[in-house]
Design a binder for this molecule. Sequence first.
Ligand SMILES: [Zn+2]
Length: 293
Amino acid sequence: MTDDLKPWGPEERQAWRDRQTIQRSYQDDVVTRIKALPKGEFDVEQYGALSHDPERYPLFCVKSKDWNADAPVVVVTGGVHGYEDSGVTGCLRFMEEEAPAYHGKVNFVFFPCVSPFAYEINHRWNAKADDPNRHFHDKGTAEEAQLLMAKVKSLKLHFNAAVDLHETNNRDIGLTIERRARDGQRVEPGDDYIPEGYYLVLPSRADLPLAHKVIEEVRKVTPICADKEILGYPAENGIIVLDDLKTLCQDFMRQYADVGMTTEIYPEKCSRDECERAQIATIRTAVKWTMGK
Ligand SMILES: [Zn+2]
């Protein structure tokens, strides 16, 4: 039997893009909120724009004002996967509701929506049908990742903690089938597994102590995934260590950080508010840890 599976070329990728529709507005939902942040608390910097429509997709980095060189630095990324809503809105809400309380005590760097085209089409992939969260390495080509990496390098900062905000939802079953098709692969047993509850992904086993504290706090907000294995990795207390990929946002950030993590919230059985509060509980726990509390 011949194997007729082959990866998508430029035509199939374009056909995929032509099937996508704009479902919501990055300007209305995200840029408006960034621009409304209190000027006394934050500096907003544009670090680039998506090349296929720079007017529509400017990229923003938001930093604490009155930078205190003696205080810890925490970096938070949202919307590396644009369809994972609470990654974007959880980051925005933390900036609006909680970050000002740490003025002068913790320095923040926020990237609230790394992949705004994906936010608008409500999908994982960028306009070239690439997953930005597999391109955070030197040979990566997704511009969402390249632009973020260039900005982070230019900041010349050391981060005391790096938090990347994500969700794992039931749609991921269909999106995995789509990814297998794009990459010329057969669907595998286990592709339809979805962890039903919050879990944390770590770039290094060294990050486990903070991760366990995060789980304790998030458990007060939303259920933690109790599975003994998550996505093929042994899980303990809802935590898995993915130290073998090296292509994720968390892997890139961890090079500049004492500790890193990726949140994965299960939004199917809880409200948007609960998802956002779980994201915020994660950030807050990391922030307090950097302050030694
Ligand atoms: Zn994600």
